[in-house]
Design a protein around this ligand. Sequence first.
Ligand code: 5AD
Ligand code: SF4
Length: 451
Amino acid sequence: MKILRPATVHGQKVFIETYGCQMNVNDSEVVVSILKNEGYSHTDEISEADIVLINTCSIRDNAEQRIWGRLRDIRQYKKNKASLIVGVIGCMAERLKEELIEKEKLVDIIAGPDSYRELPVLIRTANEGGKAVNVELSKEETYAEISPVRLGKDGITAFVSIMRGCNNMCSYCVVPYTRGRERSRNYNTIISEIEELVARGYKEVTLLGQNVNSYNFTDDNGTVTDFPTLLRMAAEVSSALRIRFSTSHPKDLSDQVLYAIRDYPNICKSIHLPAQSGSNSVLKQMNRKYTREWYLDRISAIKRIVPECAISTDLIAGFCTETEEDHKDTLSLMEQVGYAFSFMFKYSERPGTQAARTMKDDVPDDVKTRRLTEIINLQNRLSLMSNRKDIGKTFEVLVEGRSKRSLEDMSGRNSQNKMVVFPAGGEKPGDYVMVEITDCTSATLLGRRVR
Ligand code: 5AD
Ligand code: SF4
């Protein structure tokens, strides 16, 4: 049965739910901006929505399974409102294309990460009762001039996307297939977006890209702007604005970036440097293009140039061919670096990647789980050690709000990106305060305010 929907879209309410990385969070803000310009309005209440968009992630199988589950929940809303339009956008839309429309009758719209400008057209098609798909990837699209509608509630921290896509081709990773080739956004639009955020009272921006260290924009005069230059330009916008960035590929982390971090107090002293594995043979299988020795050289450079810098990482347990010896290399790398925190995952084979095509997923699941547990246990110990070293130090903390655990406490982050909790004394979100650390857990620094 063809469902008739209103011919005019004006005022239709859009609800958007976001899964996956920070880039997706920012993409949802771009999507809302595009749709608002076309006369749609945004709602936080799915029950009020005329259009539900799910911005999806494909990075691991469990991310996709969660989204299939969520789509099943959304059927309920469609039962109550037959005219409801459901769109799947982002990485899973790109990866599963028509399969989603065929298997899941509920879905009206499929839009990949580079086709968000087309959403108004796709929604119109859906409004007329059709199914609409656009998953074309682009070599140029950066949504450069679109000013994202900030969906985060705090009004203090914001993401600014500086590039899209990825050229690295790590053998396990689906991102190059879902997000396409790497391209850098014009720095003029990046800096004006940051200026606008400062004018609106924002206190922290995180520059986002799959590999920010390879940021490279050539303007009409042929002048090339690289990442260290962009970082300095961003830091110059306002000394009261903190700058963070994510993610760095170890092969591209230059000393120039570290000098920029050292030179500007408002560039945060924290680097997320995904190692993935501590074993040279696994790194080779992963096509990471660096060795353990190269990685440790970059760590020494960080410790030399920015001694107070916190280092965090991503690690994968149980990649193809990983032996017990390789796994021990990962544990020893973790000890050697002394990570402040890590994101730790079990390897999940992604269809179409180089690993899925050419390697056997040969580490049994129970072994992957056991290795992951060992990695997590070690990280908990390292985080506690790292936090204990901060007892007695005083940090500048950007207040984010009340502590989740107790209303009598406030919480915020220090430059190292560690959560700091201290007794409330009239601070407001967005204030910078000095806090002396008196105690800690493996996840949090506890302290008291000093003048
Ligand atoms: N399986 C498990 N973890 C993965 N990651 C990326 N692809 C996979 C995969 N197939 C992890 C990496 C990456 C982080 C964003 O997700 O550690 O840095
Ligand atoms: Fe982000 Fe990668 Fe997940 Fe896509 S697949 S949403 S790029 S983490």
